[in-house]
Design a protein around this ligand. Structure first.
Ligand code: AMP
Length: 297
């Protein structure tokens, strides 16, 4: 595996691969790699001639009181995992290379960035959209791989790729979970053993809500109540930022809508909670087309 730190060198290397007719697959990450990341890497390897993974903890997507400085970093372990997985190129730029003095251009995806996590992390998705645009311009992949765990992020990236005519297919891969259902995340390392056990409540709450929206008499409003109740009942959950039912395309909160006349076919159940030092998110996309609707909400 070749490691490249300089964006210009990365661009030159990519140019050579493209001239030889190779397809490039790309997985952007912030490192501290776990099996969720590695599932994207594996898919990327299967579907492309050359696989590129980036590790860059992007300062502009963290708020001033967020965890940029203490975000887990374990380069040695990451390099070993990527080499073992057969990745061709690791792109690991420094902050000064990505944001040199005088940097002044940002990408903002309107509307989608203001909802869910955007309400609690002002400027976060502007930072994400900007860095992903830069990375896609540097790596010029045929396909880029993202996790459904960060559903809103994947949706925003899909939108910016479309809006800015970027010649990359965005591939969204399933969420990889721990045996108790907790979605894998680099931030899970912030949890104490007790908190780690308690964090399984997030997926449990999503599953209860899923049962509700799929049941014959279920309503979106009740699904939200169940989720919030389940999360709040866990003493180690310090705050529920949001837990509700959303339109999977617009991210509008639809918990007050009547499920029997909702015509999108799929709903997004999503939650964000704080447990100790960690802010954790998770979601489930639920196909409700087979549901036997009868009661009105
Ligand atoms: P991060 O390093 O947190 O920026 O994540 C890099 C990529 O890995 C993003 O596209 C995430 O959505 C994805 N990812 C993170 N956790 C998981 C997971 N548990 N399952 C699948 N993909 C994930």
């Amino acid at each position: 595996m070749e490691t490249i730190r300089n964006p210009r060198v990365m661009q030159q290397t990519v140019r050579e691969y493209l001239q030889r007719g190779h397809s490039i697959g790309f997985v952007p990450t912030m490192g501290a790699l776990h099996d969720g990341h590695m599932s994207l890497v594996q898919r990327c390897r299967e579907e492309n001639d050359v696989s590129v993974v980036s590790i860059f903890v992007n300062p502009i997507q963290f708020g001033p009181s967020e965890d940029f400085n203490r975000y887990p970093r374990d380069t040695e372990d990451d390099v070993a995992k990527l080499a073992e997985a057969g990745v061709d190129i690791l792109f690991m730029p420094g902050v000064e290379e990505m944001y040199p003095e005088g940097f002044a251009t940002y990408v903002e995806v309107e509307h989608l960035s203001d909802r869910l996590c955007g309400r609690f992390r002002p400027g976060h998705f502007r930072g994400v959209a900007t860095v992903v645009t830069k990375l896609l311009n540097i790596v010029r992949p045929a396909r880029a791989y993202f996790g459904r765990k960060d559903y809103q992020q994947a949706l925003i990236i899909r939108q910016l790729v479309r809006d800015l005519d970027i010649d990359t297919e965005t591939v969204v891969c399933p969420t990889v979970r721990e045996p108790d259902g907790l979605a894998m995340s680099s931030r899970n390392t912030y949890l104490s053993p007790r908190e780690r056990k308690a964090a399984a409540v997030i997926y449990k709450a999503l599953c209860r809500a899923k049962e509700e929206v799929l049941s014959a008499n279920g309503t979106f409003a009740e699904a939200r109540v169940l989720m919030e109740g389940c999360l709040s009942a866990e003493p180690l959950v310090d705050e529920v930022e949001y837990a509700s039912v959303f339109d999977p395309e617009t991210l509008e909160d639809i918990c007050s809508r009547d499920v029997t006349i909702y015509d999108k076919g799929t709903v997004l159940l999503a939650a964000a909670v704080r447990i100790g030092r960690a802010r954790l998110i998770d979601n489930e996309l639920v196909d409700i087309t087979g549901r036997q609707g009868s009661r009105r909400s």
